[in-house]
Ligand binder design. Structure first.
Ligand SMILES: [Zn+2]
Length: 169
């Protein structure tokens, strides 16, 4: 029985077109390794920073700061794309990932994660442009980088909706 399912001798010549086709097909469906996903996630974060945050993040955040995380899969399906985070100090983080849709292809999603003054959570802001980053950073300065807690909005609960990062320290 086992011999029938797993014939030891290939029924085709290893140099045949079929053998070549089989290799191409196998390579095409091969998932990137976790290490490759981490590297790619770090690279795309660094590229975005140099492309769109020339005057701020590109100056302040060393490319080595970015730590990549592989995609999160659930039951074999891809639930979250690979991501990268950069610790800015003071409890602030940057999170970068790609949003991939059939219509638009891949687009960058860069999020600034700021601890709330209440100590119970974080607020996160998706950064569309460098101007947004500057605006957000300028705002919490009186609280030394923390996001001022506001009972009316309960913004800091947004920590629960932030993209999971696997093992965020
Ligand atoms: Zn709060």
């Amino acid at each position: 029985m086992a011999d029938t399912l797993h014939p030891t001798v290939r029924p085709y010549d290893p140099h045949s077109p079929l053998a070549h086709l089989m290799e191409i097909a196998a390579a095409a469906v091969d998932e990137a390794s976790e290490e490759e996903e981490r590297d790619a996630a770090e690279t795309s974060a660094v590229h975005l920073v140099y492309r769109a945050y020339t005057y701020s993040l590109a100056q302040a955040v060393d490319p080595e700061t970015w730590q990549g995380y592989p995609a999160v899969r659930e039951h074999g399906a891809r639930r979250f794309e690979a991501s990268a985070v950069a610790c800015l100090g003071g409890g602030l983080w940057l999170h970068h990932t790609l949003r991939i849709t059939e219509a638009d292809g891949a687009s960058d999603v860069l999020t600034l994660i700021v601890p709330c003054t209440c100590g119970r959570g974080y607020t996160d802001t998706v950064l569309d442009t460098e101007d947004v980053l500057i605006e957000v950073l300028a705002e919490p300065q009186p609280t030394h980088g923390l996001s001022p807690h506001d009972d009316r909005t309960s913004d800091c609960r947004s920590v629960w909706s932030a993209p999971p990062l696997g093992n965020r320290p």
